[in-house]
Design a protein around this ligand. Structure first.
Ligand code: 13P
Ligand code: SF4
Length: 350
């Protein structure tokens, strides 16, 4: 049962968001959020909201907000009957992998991810055949069938830690080219991206190379767009700017930035480190959410670059999700059990 009235919810949202959301929009969205919160109580549901959710949604309906890793942990702990995932499909699938007996809903069936689309389970099987015995680490931004072919999962919050915890000579790290390169740099390992040449030629080529990480050329369609030039332009105009880049950005962009970390790590950084201004190289909504939580911080952002998948998730569709129990996320049991091993190994590493 929710304890606040619609007017109180509107007031709470207004106090936080009046600098980033117009008044008429807040009124309308507070009404939707009120209905969602009521239904959530009636149906014993929880809502998990990724840090990229638009400010009105982010600040009104989630029981928990966070990065992929934090939300994975929350999904593993809940005793609610229904989990509504305000994020993209691979995140909702991870919640289902951890909670086979619960109903997991995603408000839009179109909330995909270019990284998850960049690799298939057959691609992973082919790599395992080419590099027998080498453990496979898959970024959480993959679908369940890819996780099922993997030994470990990781997120941007623990990628280097997972690679280091595995030890050994070599690791296959999929599918983000840039995250893999950034992890290689952070852990001091050498990386290759195997060519798609016929197996015998590739084998000869690979045996001569000295490498420790085998990558894949997937990219985030959002983070690949940020450039070193963007950073230089901002620094020219505002020399007191601290630049924060998500590790899905290119290694050049990360090197030109002052800090790189998961979405949650960027939020913590702005809260804890005082600077003149902050430029976030990530989905633009997160800048609004940080600005709302830290009214004394000046946020700059490059809002021409948006994640179309995260932006599929709206308050309207979240209300319909709870009203109509839609869109139910399913993972075939055999796939789920194999994918769970990789996710649980990650959670055990931390
Ligand atoms: P985080 O795990 O850092 O929240 O990132 C998820 C994501 O999709 C970034 O684009
Ligand atoms: Fe996928 Fe990139 Fe969108 Fe994150 S920002 S969900 S990695 S497309």
């Amino acid at each position: 049962m929710q304890s606040v009235t619609e007017q109180e919810l509107y007031e709470q949202m207004r106090v936080k968001l009046e600098r980033v959301v117009p008044e008429f929009e807040l009124r309308y969205k507070a009404e939707l959020a009120f209905k969602i919160n009521k239904l959530k109580g009636d149906r014993n549901a929880i809502i998990l909201g990724h840090n990229y959710m638009e400010p009105a949604l982010y600040n009104s309906i989630p029981d928990y907000t966070g990065d992929s890793l934090e939300l994975c942990r929350k999904a593993a702990q809940t005793d609610a009957d229904i989990i509504v995932f305000c994020g993209v499909r691979f995140m909702a699938e991870t919640a289902k992998i951890l909670n086979p007996d619960k109903t997991v809903l995603i408000p839009s069936p179109r909330a995909g991810c270019s990284l998850a689309e960049s690799i298939t389970a057959a691609d992973v099987r082919a790599l395992k055949e080419r590099f027998p015995g080498v453990p496979v680490v898959s970024y959480v931004n993959t679908y369940a069938d890819v996780k099922a072919e993997s030994d470990y999962c990781c997120t941007s919050g623990n990628a280097a830690k997972v690679v280091e915890a595995i030890g050994g000579d070599r690791v296959i790290f999929l599918p983000d080219e840039y995250l893999a390169s950034n992890v290689a740099k952070e852990t001091g390992k050498r990386i290759i991206f195997p060519s798609k040449t016929p197996r015998s030629a590739a084998k000869a080529e690979e045996s001569e190379l000295d490498y420790q990480i085998i990558g894949w050329k997937g990219r985030c369609e959002v983070h690949e767009k940020f450039t070193v030039e963007d950073i230089a332009n901002i620094r020219r105009q505002f020399p007191d700017t601290v630049v924060l880049a998500h590790p899905e950005c290119s290694p050049e962009v990360v090197a030109a930035s002052d800090f790189s970390g998961s979405t949650a790590a960027m939020i913590r950084y702005v809260r804890e480190v005082k600077a003149g201004r902050y430029l976030l190289l990530t989905e633009c909504s997160m800048g609004d959410n940080i600005a709302a939580a830290n009214p004394d911080r000046e946020m700059l952002r490059l809002c021409t670059v948006r994640c179309p998948h995260m932006n599929e998730i709206t308050l309207e569709d979240t209300l319909s999700a709870l009203e109509e129990t839609r869109y139910v996320v399913t993972v075939p049991e055999e796939t789920r059990v194999r994918a769970l091993r990789a996710v649980e190994r990650m959670l055990a590493i931390g």
